[in-house]
Design a protein around this ligand. Structure first.
Ligand SMILES: Cc1cc2nc3c(=O)[nH]c(=O)nc-3n(C[C@H](O)[C@H](O)[C@H](O)COP(=O)(O)O)c2cc1C
Length: 340
């Protein structure tokens, strides 16, 4: 089955983010307007093997109206077996990862390395998925050249011909990992040469930057990745240009709600350790003192969490509010509230 339209125009998609887009983070994003989301990349071999952590990562909450699963792999047999499992589960789409530059993926010749070094084989592996999947199959890749759009367009068209229902394009080459400029013109060229939806990705770290990404690439949809970490409000700010950033109280309430989901999902014993990076993300760039952020690394009891939340509710340092005024395009903002 191939749907002509997976995402309505303008809808933002929450990216797969390894180590982050678990059920608690997705539920947090969904509380603030995110509808389209993905699991983090799932290694085809680990899925076939029934690895316990992998099984946790693919759990879907009944409230999740759209959830894509992202698969990384290359061996046809393993991909077919993984697909048999995915076909028996309930996902909205299956996305193939051809964009991950992480050494543990690259050294197996998978992810971005697969696309860059063995493009013909990558297309064949992708065809295995489109031929056997009972849900639409999409692909996420990176640009292959910063200056010349041709190699990226050519490869993307091969994936379209192989049955891709949509293609997400990260506008940075594999060698750049996650830094440096996003090459909008290459994304735009792919958008103009394909008939399937092209989802623009890279650098949408705030709602205004998301709008710039869509405007510069002529894409109707964009994928939000790091911009959503500790910042689920980015979805409401994308949907409504007049929406305010969170107040200090909203920040604290969401941190508590997210923490509660982590406890529910992973159990109390693991929750404190697992939640540290998440809680830190909420405070990043929001003017809270370094010592408070550092204290999160040692969070080891429910009491320590309550003490942390009291300090969060006191608000950021007064200097933060002045900095915000001087920098109206700051990526991570708070709305002034009575506590400030
Ligand atoms: C910590 C981290 C984990 C990521 N995990 C995945 C992943 O599992 N699958 C994937 O396709 N991309 C993954 N990515 C890439 C993002 O989905 C996205 O393409 C990239 O961060 C660029 O978007 P941004 O500039 O808006 O952050 C990851 C990125 C980061 C920073």
């Amino acid at each position: 089955m191939k749907l002509n339209r997976i995402y309505p125009a303008g809808a933002a998609v929450l990216a797969p983010l390894a180590g982050h887009t678990d059920l608690p983070m997705r539920l947090s994003a969904r509380r603030h307007g995110c509808r389209y989301a993905f699991t983090e990349m799932i290694d085809a071999g680990s899925l076939v093997f029934g690895n316990a952590k992998t099984m946790t990562l693919i759990r879907r909450d009944p409230s999740e109206d759209f959830l894509g699963i992202q698969l990384v792999g290359s061996d046809h047999d393993t991909l077919k077996k993984a697909l048999a499992i995915i076909n028996s589960l309930d996902f909205s789409v299956l996305d193939f990862n051809l964009g991950c530059p992480a050494p543990k993926v690259a050294k197996k010749g998978e992810g971005a390395a697969f696309a860059a070094l063995r493009p013909e084989e990558a297309v064949r592996a992708f065809s295995v998925l489109t031929e056997h999947a009972r849900i639409p199959v999409t692909v996420k890749m990176r640009i292959l050249d910063e200056n010349d759009p041709e190699p990226t367009v050519r490869f993307a068209k091969r994936l379209e011909d192989a049955g891709a229902a949509a293609l997400t394009l990260h506008g940075r080459m594999m060698k750049m990992f996650y830094s440096g400029p996003v090459f909008h013109a290459v994304i735009r060229a792919v958008r103009e040469n394909l008939s399937i939806p092209v989802v623009a990705n890279g650098g949408a770290l705030s709602a205004p930057l998301y709008r710039t990404l869509l405007a510069e690439t002529s894409c109707e949809n964009g994928m939000v990745a790091r911009g959503a970490l500790g910042n689920p409000w980015i979805f409401r700010e994308i949907a409504d240009a007049d929406a305010s950033p969170p107040t200090v109280e909203e920040l604290a309430e969401e941190m508590e709600a997210h923490f509660r989901s982590i406890v529910d999902f992973y159990g109390e014993e693991l929750a404190l350790r697992i939640s540290r990076k998440t809680l830190l993300e909420y405070l990043r760039g929001r003017g809270y003192p370094g010592e408070l952020r550092a204290s999160i690394s040692f969070l080891n009891s429910a009491d320590a969490f309550r003490t942390l939340m009291k300090a969060v509710r006191k608000g950021p340092s007064p200097r933060y509010w002045q900095t915000l005024e001087q920098n109206p395009s700051a990526e991570r903002r708070l709305a002034p509230s009575p506590v400030s």
